[in-house]
Design a protein around this ligand. Structure first.
Ligand code: APR
Length: 355
């Protein structure tokens, strides 16, 4: 899978290159740097870094990985966060780009990143995650971007975005989930959130008495979340044959949208080998793969449901994964990488993962 988000200590991961969240003098530090120096062997890594001399913020350099499960450590220097107006974002993007470029120059096929700058350098974690996923996605979407990238995060809980998006998803879950499941998954995080959710609930109850059909989107300051449908998929917006196989339907959709295969599987975060299997008539992809393809094809909610049905799946308002993905489809947000960051924060399977 091209971009995987994983949790753990990066020094325990295996990849052609492990990326260090380094400083400009390439000296040993704490956090990621401390773990990688320790895993590599401190003396040898210190000597290798001294031989290189240093590295400017936004740049990256490589050394051997010594005792780590990798061929190289790529030392990428992120910005120290000074409030966000000192060009930190561009420097952070450049740090990822430089490391990826270096990996490509060395013809590496896998690389694991930490969340550069999001520790001692103070970059807000959610923003750092956004920059990381977006920059890696842009690289993977290029012609040279055939690489397995893992983003290793230390703490999943830190990534629960305590903002409207998460609150809206929580709201949908609370409305849609079975009572016993609800008590396990749903958490009121603060009284402020509670007030916000109550307000949403009141608005939804009010909506139930309006003449508008539930699917009609009303313009509200934050947009009312719409529930995933439990019923059978609505009629297709595209002209698809009901008895067609999944793969034939998929290829037809790709053609009708005027996309190229590579563009679709890359946007879906699916690797080329899996996509070739899916093209094969007898292969039945997993639900997260089908949803990733529906997003990559920028399908409407009804067409996404039809494509899912073609592979034998449906969306349910009592499955958290489905609620999160439906939430984004309903909003017309099709970025698989962005959605995966939210899924990861909620400890859910990622989109585009293997069959
Ligand atoms: N594996 C994965 N992630 C880790 C690990 C680890 N072993 N240790 C820390 N992290 C996470 C942190 O929680 C943070 O989200 O990695 C992110 C980056 O944290 P830092 O390692 O502190 O990196 P950064 O913020 O870029 O600061 C760089 O710290 O260690 C020094 O020499 C380094 O001066 C440089 C500075």
């Amino acid at each position: 899978m091209p971009l995987t988000i994983a949790q753990g200590d990066i020094a325990q991961f295996s990849a052609d290159a492990l990326v260090n969240a380094a400083n400009r003098s390439l000296s040993e530090g704490g956090g990621v740097c401390g773990a990688l120096f320790k895993g590599a062997g401190r003396e040898r890594m210190r000597a290798a870094c001294e031989a290189v001399g240093g590295c400017e913020p936004g740049q990256a350099v490589a050394t051997p990985a010594f005792g780590l499960s990798a061929r190289y450590v790529i030392h990428a220097v992120g910005p120290v966060y000074m409030g966000g107006r000192q060009g930190e974002e561009e420097t952070l993007r450049n740090a990822y780009r430089s490391a990826l470029r270096l990996a490509r120059e060395k013809a590496l096929s896998s690389i694991a990143f930490p969340l550069i700058s999001a520790g001692i350098y103070g970059y807000p974690k959610n923003e750092a995650l956004h920059v990381a996923t977006e920059t890696i996605r842009d690289f993977l979407l290029t012609d040279e971007g055939e690489m397995d990238v893992t983003l290793v995060l230390y703490d999943r809980e830190d990534l629960r975005l305590n903002n409207r998006l998460e609150m809206e998803i929580d709201f949908l879950l609370r409305r849609g989930m079975l009572p016993e499941a609800e008590s396990v998954r749903y958490r009121m995080e603060s009284s402020r959130n509670r007030r916000y959710l109550e307000k949403l609930e009141q608005r939804q109850s009010a909506d139930a008495f309006t003449k508008e059909a539930p699917r009609v989107r009303r313009k509200m300051p934050y947009g009312t979340p719409s529930m995933p449908a439990e019923s059978a998929p609505a009629p297709l917006e595209l002209d698809l044959q009901l008895d067609e196989s999944f793969s034939r339907t998929l290829l037809k959709l790709i053609d009708s949208k005027g996309y190229k295969d590579a563009e679709v599987y890359k946007r879906a975060n699916i690797d080329r080998r899996l996509f070739s299997k899916i093209r094969n008539e007898s292969y039945r992809p997993g639900k997260s793969t089908v949803l990733a393809l529906a997003l990559a094809l920028r399908l409407s909610r009804t067409d996404a449901e039809s494509l899912l049905a073609r592979a034998g799946y449906a969306l349910s308002s009592s499955i958290e994964f489905d609620v999160v993905v439906s939430y984004f489809i309903n909003k017309g947000v099709y970025d698989v990488f962005e959605i995966n960051a939210v899924l990861f924060g909620r400890d859910l399977p990622l989109l585009g993962a293997s069959s």
